[in-house]
Ligand binder design. Sequence first.
Ligand code: ZN
Length: 128
Amino acid sequence: MTNKCEESFMSKVSGFHAHVYFDPAQRDEAVYLRREVDSRFRVRLGSVQDVAVGPHPKGMFQIVIANDQFGTVVPWLMLNRRGLDVLVHPETGDDVADHTRFALWMGQDLPLELDVFCENNQYRTTTA
Ligand code: ZN
């Protein structure tokens, strides 16, 4: 059931990101998972980042998930993440909230570098 508050909240969510994290020893698993996602879903995939970038504390790749894909991509990740830690966050325009109180974690939640979201930080101009 949808009420006015839920409608107004959902109108703020322009989409979601999933960030799949890996240690160097898990890189092959991450690359395999990325390929599996690419073959199953029409999603935009970020390249494999081997080092920490932006708020992300270690290597990861990004999956850009449209609102209408959430119900298929996220459950698939829940069942197939190959032991990798995954952050799923909405895109509401509030970067800090998106990566903290609005965030969904699979596996272990990792400490993010939230300072990158401070004003005047160059990172704001790139994808988080
Ligand atoms: Zn993100």
